[in-house]
Write a protein that binds this ligand. Structure first.
Ligand SMILES: [Zn+2]
Length: 311
């Protein structure tokens, strides 16, 4: 049954692509060619926009506020991928739920121009029994890894469009200066929290890389969004951690149903201090709608949220 459903979905996606391919060449020849770049989710899309600037158009597959671990591509998504000069995705086990991203590359035949932005990042691994060989995807929450993403993105864009190399290099240098400042800002601000209070409780265990980089202990209800969410075992485990530790604030991610964290708050009497961003940017026009402002939001709200409880 599952296979049949998959086949029907793929057939539907293909049916929308084939007519699109016919018109492709004339459309490209008609205008001054801009790079067409697809990113799997909003955070990578923002990094790509910072580098490609006016020389390209960027399309994000997973909409803002939605979970990239598991996503059902729309026919329009397949069309965007089929027309793309470059496709960027996170890799490290992020876009794996029901194989949605691999299926999309298969059906559009775009594997050759698809690149994982984590190529140069040292992976961390899941810790659950039996999953120790699976990579944890959330590397971008350490800004130094974000810089590695940006370097890889720039390299691939230059390979695809060497004519504008100077512009891409300049955009990269400016952007990386801002990212280095952001990384330092995070380190300085976090240093204000007493070490024993640096415990970050979220729904998903998305903060491994962040915690390692910025000196936190990460606690969570479930380890990765493709797990079952909020099972009795998970609830027992997180309630024990909270009861044993000096936890004063809970946080909930914007791309996750807040219900389970609200239950934890209710059971422990510890407040949910703020929403934070992990797998998605904020909506356009809102605070946190770029990679830089989402990280800054997280730092400010995590640090202030924990320090407020000391007052
Ligand atoms: Zn996640």
């Amino acid at each position: 049954m599952k296979l049949i459903k998959k086949f029907i979905t793929l057939t539907l996606l293909l049916a929308t692509i084939i007519p699109a391919i016919g018109g492709l060449e004339t459309a490209h020849a008609a205008e001054d060619k801009k790079l067409k770049i697809v990113a799997s989710y909003s955070i990578i899309a923002d990094m790509v926009r910072n580098i490609v600037g006016e020389h390209g158009e960027v399309y994000s597959l997973v909409p803002i506020g939605t979970d990239p671990h598991s996503y059902e591509p729309l026919p329009g998504d397949a069309q965007e991928v089929s027309e793309a000069d470059l496709v960027f995705y996170n890799g490290f086990n992020l876009e794996t739920g029901k194989g949605w991203f691999d299926d999309l590359l298969d059906v559009t035949d775009k594997k050759d121009v698809a690149f994982a932005v984590t190529e140069e990042v040292d992976p961390m691994f899941l810790t659950a029994e039996g999953k120790e060989n699976e990579q944890d995807p959330h590397a971008w929450l350490d800004v130094q890894n974000g810089i590695k993403y940006v370097e890889l993105i720039t390299e691939k864009i230059i390979e695809a469009d060497p004519e504008h190399e100077a512009d891409y290099q300049e955009n990269k240098e400016k952007y990386i200066i801002s990212l280095e400042e952001l990384d330092q800002y995070a380190k300085d601000k976090i240093a204000k929290i007493p070490e024993e209070q640096r415990i970050l409780v979220t729904s998903e265990g998305a903060f491994k890389y962040f915690s390692k980089a910025y000196g936190f202990q990460a606690a969570y209800i479930w380890e990765i969004n493709t797990d079952n969410q909020g099972t009795p075992d998970q609830m027992e485990r997180i309630l024990n951690i909270i009861n044993e530790g000096d936890v004063k604030a809970l946080f909930v991610e914007t791309s996750i149903n807040p219900k389970t964290m609200e239950t934890v708050s209710h059971e422990t009497g510890i407040p949910v201090k703020s929403k934070i961003f992990t797998d998605s940017l904020a909506k356009e026009g809102e605070e946190g709608d770029t990679y830089i402002t989402m990280i800054k939001w997280n730092i400010d709200h995590i640090v202030n949220g924990i320090l407020e409880t000391n007052e």
